[in-house]
Write a protein that binds this ligand. Structure first.
Ligand SMILES: [Zn+2]
Length: 317
């Protein structure tokens, strides 16, 4: 039970870090396989960060998105474990416009959204990728991750789990001092706590609230994205600009295991924000293709005519 005289910040830090550096600290081949299997069973449809970036390129290049005229924008948590997905996306689409605040909420708001729309190259398009994140540690615990230089794992996402603790605490009758929401030093955490609180019944009724939490946070973020886009479009978008809007959950894993992304919403909208095409099933399908077959197919397509009798070089990974 959290003492009533604790400050909001002390409560948040306790909730996020009171069980820091517990559990297994080192990787092993069996823990890598265990983490991968848990990730796939708990979040069905996940794709690796590499596959996500590759699949976006495959799908969007067929829809008029050219790399040289496409702006990548992301809204992810500031947590360092969230950079892997961005790195893979940047490898394909170049530097990103980042407008996310804690837990990945698009706290850059209308000003960021308007700015990124104006940064899109002439006659270009935009990809927006947003979402919360959740960790899986070496022991397979959902909601924890092994960070570099630590003798065990820690919570992930810190903000999300602090919000879950806030919901549990308030619902159990504890009073927590809430700071002035207009003061920027705690404003983002106050906002996330309030947003997650709206889903308290769903969260606390879940078999594992740590699994339900990122889904809840994504729903909260989508609500915010919809409000931002409704206010900014078409005022800030150029005529003919398409936006590929991808919302999902980052699944952070320990060293030696690929990071994943669970796509939950992927659509193409026009400069007025109207849906042009729902691409979610296409992304899940492309992202789960066997990479060996993808590379082999590409080689066949790229083979010059008249060289059909060339011998294929085996693929080595
Ligand atoms: Zn986070």
């Amino acid at each position: 039970m959290i003492p009533r005289n604790k400050s909001f910040h002390a409560f948040t830090m306790d909730a996020a870090f009171s069980h820091e550096d517990e559990g297994t600290a080192h990787t092993s081949p069996s823990s890598v396989i265990k983490v991968m299997n848990i990730a796939k069973s708990v979040f069905p449809g996940i794709v690796t960060s590499f596959q996500l970036a590759r699949s976006l390129d495959v799908i969007l290049s067929k829809r008029g998105f050219k790399k040289e005229t496409t702006l990548l924008a992301t809204s992810f948590c500031p947590d360092e474990v969230c950079r892997d997905v961005e790195d893979e996306l940047r490898n394909v689409f170049g530097q990103n416009f980042s407008f996310g605040g804690i837990a990945g909420f698009p706290f850059g708001g209308c000003t960021s959204f308007g700015a990124l729309c104006h940064h899109v190259p002439t006659d270009g398009q935009c990809i927006i990728v947003y979402g919360p994140h959740v960790g899986i540690d070496f022991d397979g615990t959902i909601g924890k991750v092994n960070r570099r230089g630590h003798a065990g794992s820690g919570t992930c996402c810190n903000t999300g789990l602090a919000s879950l603790a806030y919901v549990k605490s308030v619902k159990s009758g504890s009073k927590i001092h809430s700071p002035d929401p207009s003061d920027p030093i705690d404003a983002q955490q106050v906002f996330v706590d309030s947003a997650v609180m709206e889903h308290s019944t769903r969260l606390l009724g879940a078999g594992n609230p740590n699994i339900e939490l990122p889904h809840v946070m994504l729903d909260c973020q989508e609500k915010l994205m919809e409000r931002i886009m409704k206010k900014c479009m078409p005022m800030d978008t150029s005529k003919g600009m398409s936006i590929a809007l991808l919302g999902g959950i980052q699944v952070n894993t320990p060293e030696g295991t690929p990071d994943y992304f669970l796509p939950k919403k992927f659509s193409l909208v026009n400069d007025e924000g109207k849906l042009e095409e729902d691409l979610l099933s296409l992304l899940v399908e492309e992202g789960n293709k066997d990479l060996t077959k993808v590379v082999r197919q590409k080689r066949t397509e790229e083979k010059p005519k008249g060289e059909e009798k060339c011998v294929d070089v085996p693929l080595i990974y």
